[in-house]
Design a protein around this ligand. Structure first.
Ligand code: NDP
Length: 499
């Protein structure tokens, strides 16, 4: 892979010595890739009845990593049957303390094999190794630990109710946090006694398939978890299957709407975690250096492939210029390139399709009259890359201020009063998250009350914890994942007659 050099000369560089980083590549030897991965159905890896396979690549160099089975309707049907049969043969009636043991086993295995999972996640998805190592994998393990703790306490979680599993859950997940999204979906479903058919995203199936191996080793009863790989059609076959009781989906608002239409009137339970266009709001009394780090993390974490990314920066007018100067300086220091290098801040864009979408929206920003700023870093020749990008002179009607770009692109707007900040922040069809930077606690509370966002961070951004519920308003979807709230979508809560 070509070495990246940041060639820009900023005010920062002129006044300070330039430090060069040595290469710090993480070895890939720990990962043992197979040539082909079958579907995980009934506790076994099986060839697809469809007879179709697709290649999965490393987006940082476009090399093929493996072939993966593409599940057709018949394969999805077999997986749902396996899940139904496992539900009927004991999983749902197992004491919670017994179910918890399996979840703890999975969590411990994720910890033990954390490096392998992190390297594979980075190879298949393009995210920096420091993020997969320090965030994705530890949080995935934490989710299994957390929900293992609830498995034998459901009666206490929902007093005066008899909690019963919904049955078979169909779960469709995206490519931005492949293992973590699998953990968000699987852990609460299993803790509550459901069985599952999971469909990973087409571009990032490999850590879910490694998780299937862990599930085998944990001796989870066959059929409790089934994993069907494939593209959108596989997801649609799962969503439309008549014997699925509940659908949990994370992905685009567009597909979320399709799923809502196709499940309407079927009696299937549904939770949707969809897109976002979060406002990160910096007031003039905010500690600017701290806010800069929050803004950088808010939009450049995971290349901006984050549903709750702080993609609209709202800055109070008096601090607009100093903040912009600092932000540009900070952008010069971001290292874009080999995701397996431990010093890399911004890795590869997940797919060619996503890169095209980012390029199209950025071109629209320029055409509509916004002012673009990008540091001059040299990008590798192969793979999918996009420079960290800022837009100023953004008006609220611009596409870059309205549409989810899902890339490392920040649109900066200004405001004068807190009321104007609220008005602008809420002026979006989405409502997933928001950030507030100010030193006044009373202002944080005043703002938080008025933000139409499922999560509001104050003087921080992108903080996740399995104990904390996460989910959206408006076109960002409905239902909550995480915390006690995350148990509810997987339970029938019958009134306890004796209460
Ligand atoms: P999708 O919503 O298409 O993908 C999410 C998941 O749904 C994937 O597993 C996908 O399969 C599957 N899927 C696709 N079509 C259907 C269908 N008709 N029925 C059931 N499942 C389906 O997102 P994209 O990958 O196309 O990304 C497009 C945009 O969506 C991004 O640019 C971003 O703005 C947004 N997005 C938001 C996410 C979030 O977390 N809120 C996550 C991902 C994307 P497959 O992988 O084969 O497409």
């Amino acid at each position: 892979m070509a070495k990246i050099e940041n060639k820009a000369t900023s005010a920062l560089e002129q006044s300070q010595p330039v430090w060069e980083y040595a290469d710090a590549p993480e070895s890939t030897e720990i990962v043992r890739l197979e040539d082909r991965y079958g579907l995980f159905v009934g506790g076994e890896f099986v060839d697809p009845k469809s007879g179709r396979w697709f290649e999965t690549i490393n987006p940082a160099n476009e090399e093929v990593l493996a072939e993966v089975a593409e599940a057709g309707a018949e394969d999805v049907d077999l997986a749902v049957r396996a899940a139904r049969s496992a539900s009927g043969t004991g999983w749902r009636d197992l004491p919670g303390s017994e179910r918890a043991k399996y979840l703890y086993r999975i969590a411990r295995q994720l910890q033990e094999r954390a490096r392998e999972f992190a390297v594979l996640e980075t190879m298949n998805g393009g995210k920096p190794i420091k993020e997969s190592r320090d965030i994705d994998i530890p949080l995935a393990a934490a989710h299994f630990f957390y929900y293992a703790g609830w498995a034998d306490k459901l009666e206490y979680a929902f007093p005066n109710r008899i909690p019963r599993p919904v049955g078979v859950a169909g779960q469709v997940i995206p490519w931005n946090f492949p293992l973590l999204m699998a953990a968000w979906k699987l852990a609460p479903a299993l803790a509550t006694g459901n069985t599952v058919v999971l469909k990973p995203a087409e571009t990032t199936p490999l850590t879910a398939l490694l998780l299937a191996q862990v599930i085998q080793e944990a001796e989870l009863p066959p059929g409790v978890v089934n994993i069907v790989t494939g593209a959108g059609q596989t997801g649609a076959a799962l969503v439309e299957h008549a014997d699925v009781d509940k659908i949990a989906f994370t992905g685009s608002t567009e597909v979320g709407k399709l799923i809502r239409r196709s499940t309407a009137g079927t009696g299937k339970r549904l939770t949707l975690e969809l897109g976002g266009k979060a406002a990160n709001i910096v007031f003039d009394d905010a500690p600017l250096d701290q806010a800069i780090e929050g803004v950088i993390n808010g939009i450049f974490f995971n290349q901006g492939h984050v549903c709750c990314a702080g993609s609209r920066l709202l800055v109070q007018e008096p601090v607009f210029e100093p903040l912009l100067d600092k932000l540009k300086d900070r952008l010069q220091t971001l290292r874009v390139g080999d995701p397996l290098d431990k010093n890399t801040d911004i890795g590869a864009i997940n797919s060619r399709a996503q890169l095209s979408r980012i390029e199209e929206l950025v071109a629209a920003g320029v055409d509509e009259g916004a002012e673009i700023y990008q540091p001059e870093c040299v990008l590798p020749e192969r793979g999918f890359w996009f420079r960290p990008t800022l837009f100023t002179n953004v008006s609220q009607s611009h596409r870059i201020a309205r549409e989810e770009i899902f890339g490392p692109v920040l649109s900066i707007l200004t405001f004068r009063t807190p009321a104007e900040a609220v008005e602008k922040a809420n002026n979006t069809p989405y409502g997933l998250s928001a950030g507030i930077w100010t030193e006044k606690g009373s202002r944080i509370l005043w703002m938080a009350e008025r933000m139409k966002a499922g999560v509001v961070w104050a003087n921080t951004f992108n903080r996740f914890d399995p104990a904390s519920p996460f989910g959206g308003y408006k076109e960002s979807g409905f239902g909550r994942e995480g915390g006690l709230h995350g148990l509810e979508p997987y339970l029938e809560l019958e009134p306890n007659g004796g209460a």
